[in-house]
Design a protein around this ligand. Structure first.
Ligand SMILES: Nc1ncnc2c1ncn2[C@@H]1O[C@H](COP(=O)(O)OP(=O)(O)OP(=O)(O)O)[C@@H](O)[C@H]1O
Ligand SMILES: [Mg+2]
Length: 231
């Protein structure tokens, strides 16, 4: 197993005025390439904070975050931006597609930012929409797509620059259970077939059960009694 992510004694303390919130309290975590990891836990337990640190969107107050053996704490903003563009795919609860762009243009956007040629952007964009079963909708704007379809476009977009890890924060939160399951199945398939690591945050324990490895957060800590289902 190749370790892709490692967190050592990570703390995050938010300070607003003289008010302090200890959002993460000593997280230790090791994630392997191709692993599908689900994180659950009550609102405010620190799940999004944890994803933000993994994505280099924020820095830990104490502790170390390693991505592919690179210490994120020491990276410059430019290096972190490069990492996010090329190594990390994001999927959000609210899809976050650009409303005035078509499905295909949305998927092509990260490749444009990464400086890929138009031909490459287009052919890979179509290939990815094909992968999520939406190539017939490629000219549709987000408003012309259902929630589940928009989230599948967002998955295709997250894969655009061939990331090694996908971070999904409540990706099924705005979907009915059937679309939610479809999105989950798709993420599972992608992680298996493409050896992409997926870290999924969800409140939905029913959906979480499909994951091989589940970690539970409570009040800024990862509970030790996390478990694996038989697979
Ligand atoms: N930028 C911030 N400034 C100050 N406090 C923050 C900030 N972001 C989060 N917090 C606090 O840190 C704690 C953890 O928040 P976080 O968003 O990580 O929780 P969560 O587990 O993702 O919750 P939810 O399930 O509701 O999304 C909460 O008490 C929250 O109020
Ligand atoms: Mg959250």
């Amino acid at each position: 197993m190749v370790e892709i992510l490692k967190l050592i004694n990570v703390h995050k303390i938010y300070r607003t005025g003289d008010f302090e919130i200890h959002a993460l309290k000593g997280i230790n975590l090791s994630v392997d390439k191709g692993e599908f990891l689900t994180i659950t836990g009550p609102s405010g337990s620190g799940k999004t904070t944890l994803l933000n640190l993994i994505a280099g969107l924020d820095k830990p107050t104490i502790g170390e975050v390693y991505f592919k053996n690179f210490l994120l704490n020491n990276m410059s903003d430019d290096e972190l931006a490069y990492l996010r563009l090329n190594e990390i795919g994001f999927i959000f609860q609210s899809f976050n597609l650009v409303p005035w762009l078509t499905a295909l243009e949305n998927v092509m956007l990260p490749m444009l930012i990464a400086g890929k040629s138009r031909e490459e952007r287009k052919s890979r964009g179509i290939e990815l929409l094909n992968l999520v079963g939406l190539e017939e909708r490629m000219d549709h704007k987000p408003i012309e797509l259902s929630g589940g379809e928009q989230q599948r476009v967002a998955i295709a977009r997250a894969l655009a620059n061939n990331p090694s890890i996908i971070l999904a924060d409540e990706p099924t939160g705005n979907l009915d259970s059937k679309s939610g399951k479809m999105v989950l199945d798709l993420l599972n398939e992608i992680s298996r077939k493409k050896e992409v690591t997926v870290i999924l945050v969800t409140h939905d324990l029913e959906l979480a059960k499909s994951s091989r490895k589940i970690l539970r957060m409570r009040d800024g800590t990862l509970l030790e009694d996390s478990w694996k289902t038989e697979s």
